[in-house]
Design a protein around this ligand. Structure first.
Ligand code: GRF
Length: 224
């Protein structure tokens, strides 16, 4: 008999979870951790029904780990070089998250590509924030790419993660106008402010079970 196949992820919370029940969240980081900080602040203000169960970094000594610890959140380092191959690393990351009961994983400046094994283990419940209006300017240094291209409107995107880089269905986007005197740094800073607003909001919509993936679109169900 073949293994039962799981229906494709449609954006909803797992069956049986009452909407609004705080989301057990895992956050994957590699650096500064300002999005992590924004998520934790939203939780602490009571605006985001989530509980950050674990912060995992692929490198030691990064600020995001300090952010986690200063908010009393467990934080661990799992280095890629300690694993023979990517799939084993992905499985270890997923296992750490699942051990803590994580339902949704938020990538917040995590600088590694995750494979199908990771997404499968999390049932597709993985989000990312990217500092451009996708599908424009995926990959690194998106703000610099946008400025060099000459766009007048830049921005950021929160999306569900699929197997391609910065590609999955888009949950929320915010636009940031580009001024004549803009530098990559000034643009990055203004985009980051929008990221800090958008990411907790996307997680909140998920927590309230208001997101549904239809093809490439993510619909927002009305508030009940
Ligand atoms: C953000 O610009 C985010 O969009 C990108 O990586 C950066 C992470 O910043 N994916 P931080 O670590 O959350 O401060």
């Amino acid at each position: 008999m073949s293994a039962p196949t799981r229906p494709p992820f449609d954006g909803s919370r797992p069956p049986g979870v009452p909407p609004g029940r705080p989301v057990p969240l895992g956050v994957l980081v590699s650096g500064r951790g300002s999005n992590l900080e924004a998520i934790l602040a939203a939780v602490e203000r009571g605006e985001l029904p989530a509980e950050v169960r674990l912060v995992l970094s692929d490198r030691p000594g990064v600020r995001a780990l300090e952010v986690a610890r200063s908010h009393g959140v467990p934080a661990e380092v799992l280095e890629r070089r300690k694993f023979p191959e990517r799939d084993a690393y992905d499985r270890a990351l997923a296992a750490h998250l699942l051990e803590r009961g994580v339902e949704l994983c938020a990538l917040a400046g995590f600088l590694r590509l995750l494979g199908p094994g990771f997404l499968e283990a999390l049932g597709g419940r993985v989000m990312n924030v990217h500092p451009s209006l996708l599908p424009a300017f995926p990959g690194l240094e998106a703000q610099r790419q946008a400025l060099e291209y000459g766009v007048r409107i830049a921005g950021c995107t929160v999306h569900f993660v699929d197997e391609a880089v910065d590609h999955g269905p888009i949950i929320l986007q915010a636009a940031v106008p580009v001024g004549d005197e803009e530098t990559p740094e000034s643009l990055a800073e203004r985009i980051l402010r929008e990221e800090h607003r958008l990411y907790p909001e996307a997680i909140r919509l998920y927590a309230l079970d208001r997101l549904r993936i239809r093809g490439r679109r993510v619909l927002q169900l009305p508030e009940t």
